[in-house]
Design a protein around this ligand. Structure first.
Ligand SMILES: *Cc1c(COP(=O)(O)O)cnc(C)c1O
Length: 363
């Protein structure tokens, strides 16, 4: 048996008929950017997320950066984020000339520590907060929204790894002022190329984002604001995403089943599974902690099982990202040395999961 960290061929093959149909519809339409597929996808995705507005974009990174711009974040402003989530937020914070302020994470959930955010908002000037629902775990947005509202600070959700998660009755992305999504092919909802979106309940914000994604135009060739660019989702990707969206809940359920199978099956005192949750977890990545992740990685590779590390270098230790490399985040740094990602995608069979469990238990 040979198992990859993902298998997009299997994923696409199961849906090939629907995808061909969607792509042919676009071929025949003669309209390839900002047409009916894009606006229909925006309506369908906003409805799925239980939010009022959706603006589709070219990538998740653009979704983060343009959200920050639309929220008025710029020069020297301070944005709270975590340092263990692959640098996407920190890079976009720096791109708008603002300053990332790194908050420590909880050692169990790997999510931003709420007590530390609360203290930071009381003690320091913070101009915005980004919450990343890392690995598919939706954070406690009711508690966080309470804190940011009291502090009068805008709240941005990074939902790239958590589309469809639900906690306290709210979908991921529907609680913050804006939420960024990525449709990179390996995400829970992936296009056949790049794509992204922002959802928001604020019409003014959504309108500003529609300008920013297309040169700052309010109508053809009329620049209404600076900071715009070309970040449109093309019709082909929009049609593909429309074909896939009706399957997202089923895929998320299957991902959760695989995670539960791992958690119930892995019996090795050197390997700790992530906490199991209900709908608030959409199992984008199944990340275990372990005393010797490099050793486990080599051992699994020798059994033809691929693994990955999400993410090996914390943001504050990347000189290109952080201006202040003297910050110390002990939990973030310790976790980075202990994590290993196991294969977790909807097409993985029970037999394959059991093969991986067996290998880990024999390590
Ligand atoms: C993938 C990802 C992004 C970036 O999305 P792209 O579409 O690749 O630009 C941002 N944040 C998180 C948490 C991600 O996983």
């Amino acid at each position: 048996m040979k198992i990859g960290i993902n298998d997009l061929q299997r994923h696409t093959r199961n849906l090939e008929f629907n995808l061909r149909h969607a792509i042919e519809r676009v071929l025949r339409s003669g309209r390839y950017v900002l047409g009916g597929e894009c606006s229909s996808f925006e309506q369908e995705f906003a409805a799925y997320c239980e939010a009022a507005h959706c603006v589709a974009l070219a990538s998740g990174t653009d979704a983060l950066e343009l959200s920050l711009r639309a929220l008025g974040i710029g020069d020297g402003m301070r944005v709270a984020t975590v340092a263990n989530a692959g640098s996407f937020s920190a890079v976009t914070i720096r791109a708008v000339r603002a300053v990332p302020v790194f908050v420590e994470v909880d050692p169990g959930s790997h999510l931003m520590k709420i007590e530390d955010l609360e203290a930071l908002l009381q003690e320091d000037r913070i101009d915005a907060v980004i919450i990343t629902h890392l690995f598919g775990f939706m954070h406690d947005m009711q508690a966080i929204r309470g804190l940011t509202e009291r502090a009068g600070v805008p709240l941005l959700e990074d939902c790239a790894q958590a589309p469809g998660a639900r906690r306290d009755g709210r979908r991921a992305g529907s609680v913050g002022d804006a939420a960024a999504f990525s449709f990179y092919p390996t995400k829970n909802l992936g296009a056949l190329g790049d794509g992204g979106a922002i959802i928001s309940n604020n019409l003014q914000l959504a309108d500003r984002l529609r300008l920013l994604r297309q040169y700052g135009w309010d109508r053809k060739y009329s620049i209404a604001c600076l900071g715009g660019r070309n970040s449109r989702l093309d019709e082909m990707q929009a049609a593909v995403l429309r074909a896939k969206l009706p399957h997202l809940d089923r895929w998320n359920t299957r991902r959760r089943e695989i995670a539960a199978r791992y958690a119930n099956g892995i019996r090795n005192c050197r390997v700790t599974c992530p906490p199991q949750r209900g709908e608030e977890y959409v199992a984008h990545l199944f990340v275990v902690t372990c005393d010797d992740p490099d050793g486990l990685r080599r051992y699994l590779a020798s059994h033809q099982i691929a693994t990955d590390v999400h993410y090996p270098i914390p943001d504050h230790l990347q000189p290109a990202v952080s201006q202040n490399n003297s910050i110390s985040l002990p939990v973030t740094e310790r976790l980075a040395k202990r994590i290993l990602t196991l294969p977790c995608f909807p097409e993985l069979s029970d037999e394959e999961v059991d093969y991986i469990i067996g290998a880990i238990n024999a390590w």
